[in-house]
Design a protein around this ligand. Structure first.
Ligand SMILES: [Zn+2]
Length: 113
């Protein structure tokens, strides 16, 4: 009985380690450059490397739209139909830890290293 329990524990720990390794492999890391991680309503929406120019229309559940533009290694929201416009006024971000937040749409764009 006790032995079975131990085996189950080992399998569980091995499973957790494998899951952690997979997550680690999938995460953007230094060397590949920074990335803009988009979260909507607390849920992961997209990750875009700053090294590639791109545009992403972020749609939130309540009809909110934010246009995220990656250009020249910087991320910025160029258009939004939110009432405050703070996300657009924030301008371009490119340093690790910098944020663009759109409170009405519950959109958070964070730069990760
Ligand atoms: Zn906004």
């Amino acid at each position: 009985m006790k032995k079975k329990r131990l085996l189950a524990d080992i399998l569980l720990i091995a499973g957790v380690l494998i899951a952690a390794a997979v997550v680690w492999l999938l995460l953007p890391r230094g060397g590949g450059g920074a990335a803009a991680v988009v979260t909507v309503n607390g849920e992961h929406y997209a990750s875009l490397p700053l090294s590639e120019d791109a545009e992403l229309l972020i749609r939130s559940d309540d009809g909110g739209e934010n246009l995220l533009v990656i250009s020249g290694g910087k991320a910025r929201v160029t258009e939004s139909n939110c009432p405050t416009g703070v996300c657009v006024e924030t301008g371009a971000v490119s340093s690790e830890g910098q944020l663009i937040v759109c409170l009405p749409h519950k959109v958070v764009i964070e730069i990760v290293g």
